[in-house]
Ligand binder design. Structure first.
Ligand code: ADP
Length: 660
């Protein structure tokens, strides 16, 4: 390690925090870099030193190689860890780091280049004898030729951005009719995300599992694999749940995949941490998809089952040391599962959410539970970066025990202030299909009805808990004694009405009547009357007795909103100010508004056009993804308010719409 004394982490968020943790344990100095949006971020506070590198947009900060190199020079850092995303797979950056006399903690630029384009990588792997999915990955990008190739491969086909990553620029075409629109959309997304609209086409496999192999090579010619991760549970072709080892993995297939991955790494003179991604078909055949020439988001599950710190391995290898262990010294111990906690709304096609994390609480960490995060309570999830809030990793001696740990850890995870996918992940963890390890990349689609149940109105128990929490929180308030007891005077029976509104455009209002009766409450809601008593601790734990039934929930107030965590579910309601009279109209109903700030990239109807409910009307690009907005009902588009290329802010009305 002696060649590295101080590491600059050219990244942000959880991965920067995670790299800093290991660097510090090894006694190395650490330097963070940050944009305007991240001045108070956790990664900045975690490092020994931090350098401001520019405005919030990544293009003006985290993606600027020169600024990063200048920051390294200014602080005397002699090595740069790129994390994942941003500049991590940018060969020019790796070269520039070396040219500046610094150590790049990653593979040689030539290896990044070899795997940089999906098409080129496939051609290379074909030569190295690594099996590929049938497809077209040629240079010629003529539309007619691509359509012809798609027909030759046979529908359904998957169109992928050649420069792609993170599921962006990837579209399925089920038929020749669908092909042109899917191609256009894939190209648009590819251009916007990677500045390169070349695509490749592959046979779309029916029930593949995504199984990837972690490889590691040093500069002395050694290369090992640290087994596999199953990342089949995906939405929008993006991973949300990852586990190691892959459930039910045949040791012979594991060895074959491991050897193929090592062969792939050796074919390009690889050094450092890398991941070779395969699709594993139901018949045990596996096909190379791509190699990620960096540390993966999901590396912690591999760390948990091997007992190794992969960032330490990266640092040692970058310092010129040999790999810490040989292949036969590596073994699998137990089972680990990671879930990615995202700010997103699963019920709206997993639409990313932005906002402030009004409340954030994670389960206690230890041998069985690990939480990797880059945010704290009060931090914002902005439009500028990935909406991942944290990674929750559990480990136990076998898969069943690990799944139980996961359910418990998710039940102890509290996120309020924006919509997070915690309840969705809880539904996955508790699903019989997940317990049975019935995994493939269409898992979420297949079980959508179970995993994304239609929103239900809060029942009497839930409403009683909301109202009880509010009433108790006022009583424990130590300000004005009269205000503190709210509407309740002395010991006389008194009734107060509390109105709660559901969030969203069609959010209903629920009235709860609370009557104080000497030491307990009678709470009427949703057509039931419950006899209720309880207490609320200062940290938000609500213990209640409802008609003799004891329940515990967590009650968190932020502004006019309350979030209730109860029995593995999360629900947020807003207090309706009684003085405002009726619950304010949220608007939006029957209108087409921008769900987040973004750019208009396509108008799919003409002014004056009649549309039917669900018909795509306008395409927005936000957070590097395309969102197609559909007509809320049958009607007519009376006018188009924005042109293609216009920037729109959240909540604005995008088109004039008249329902019929
Ligand atoms: P990205 O680099 O954008 O993450 P990948 O090439 O790694 O894209 O693919 C992401 C996911 O898309 C895979 O894990 C798998 O679920 C799905 N996928 C990719 N190729 C195919 C295919 N040929 N057939 C079926 N699913 C595929």
């Amino acid at each position: 390690m002696s060649r590295i004394s101080k590491v600059l982490i050219a990244n942000r968020g959880e991965i920067a925090v995670r790299v800093i943790r290991t660097a510090r344990r090894l006694g190395l100095g650490t330097v963070a870099v940050y944009s305007d949006a991240d001045a108070n971020a956790l990664h900045v506070a975690s490092a020994d030193e931090a350098v401001h590198i520019g405005p919030a947009p990544a293009r003006e900060s985290y993606l600027l190689a020169d600024r990063i190199l200048a920051a390294a020079k200014a602080t005397g850092a002699n090595a740069i860890h790129p994390g994942y995303g941003f500049l991590s797979e940018n060969a020019d950056f790796a070269e520039a780091v070396a040219a500046a006399g610094l150590i790049f903690i990653g593979p040689p630029a030539s290896a990044i280049r070899a795997m940089g384009g999906k098409s080129e990588a496939k051609a290379l792997m074909e030569t190295a004898g690594v099996p590929l999915v049938p497809g077209y990955h040629g240079e010629d990008q003529d539309g007619a030729l691509l359509a012809q190739e798609a027909a030759r491969i046979g529908f359904p086909v998957l169109i992928k951005a050649s420069a792609g990553g993170g599921g962006k620029g990837m579209k399925v075409a089920n038929s020749a009719e669908e092909f042109p629109a899917a191609l256009a959309s894939a190209k648009r997304e590819a251009k916007a995300s990677f500045g390169d609209d070349r695509v490749l086409i592959e046979k779309y496999l029916a029930r593949p599992r995504h199984v990837e192999i972690q490889v590691f090579a040093d500069s002395h010619g050694n290369c090992v694999y640290l087994f596999e991760r199953d990342c089949s549970i995906q939405r929008r072709h993006q991973k949300v749940v990852e586990e190691a080892p892959a459930p039910g993995m045949d040791p012979a297939i594991r060895a074959r995949m491991g050897q193929a991955a090592v062969a792939a790494a050796q074919a390009i003179g690889y050094v450092g941490a890398g991941t070779v991604e395969f699709l594993l078909d139901t018949d045990g055949a596996f096909y190379f998809m791509e190699m990620n020439t960096r540390l993966q988001v999901e590396h912690p599950v591999t760390e948990k089952i091997t007992g190794q710190d992969l960032v330490e391995w990266q640092l040692r290898v970058a310092a010129g040391e040999p790999l810490p262990l040989s292949q036969d010294q590596l073994t699998i111990n137990g089972h680990a599962i990671e879930v990615r906690l995202y700010a997103e709304d699963p019920s709206k096609g997993f639409l990313p959410q932005t906002g402030r994390l009004a409340h954030l609480r994670f389960p206690e960490q230890g041998q069985h539970v690990r939480v990797d995060t880059g945010v704290r309570s009060g931090d914002a999830i902005s439009i500028f970066y990935d909406p991942m809030i944290a990674k929750l990793i559990v480990w136990d001696k076998d898969r069943d025990s690990a799944v139980r740990r996961l359910e418990k850890a998710l039940a102890e995870t509290e996120i309020a202030g924006l919509n997070a996918n915690v309840p969705f992940l809880s539904a996955v963890a508790a699903h019989p299909g997940f317990l049975a390890a019935d995994l493939d990349t269409r898992f979420i689609e297949r079980y959508e009805a179970d995993l994304l149940p239609a929103a239900s109105a809060p029942d009497a128990t839930i409403l009683a808990l909301f109202a009880l929490g509010l009433t108790l929180s006022r009583r424990s308030g130590d300000s004005d004694p009269w205000a503190a007891i709210g509407g309740f005077l002395l010991n006389l029976p008194a009734t107060e009405r509390i109105d709660w509104a559901e969030a969203g455009e069609e959010g209903a209002t629920h009235s709860v009547m609370v009557t104080w009766k000497r030491g307990s409450f009678s709470i009427a809601a949703a057509g039931e009357t419950l006899s209720v008593s309880g207490c609320l601790s200062s940290d938000g734990t609500l213990s209640a007795n409802l008609d003799g039934r004891h329940v515990t929930a967590r009650w968190v107030r932020w502004g006019d909103h309350v979030t209730l965590f109860y029995a593995g579910t999360t629900r947020t309601l807003s207090l309706v100010d009684p003085h405002e009279g009726a619950h304010a109209d949220h608007g939006g109903h029957g209108r087409l508004t921008a769900p987040m700030p973004g750019k208009v990239i396509a108008l799919l109807v003409a002014e004056g056009a009649s549309v039917s409910k669900g018909q795509p009307v306008i395409v927005l690009e936000a957070m590097k993804m395309e969102h197609t907005l559909k007509a809320p009902s049958d009607g007519r588009v009376t006018h188009l308010r924005y042109a293609v290329g216009d920037q729109v802010s959240e909540g604005v009305e995008l088109v004039g719409f008249e329902a019929v």
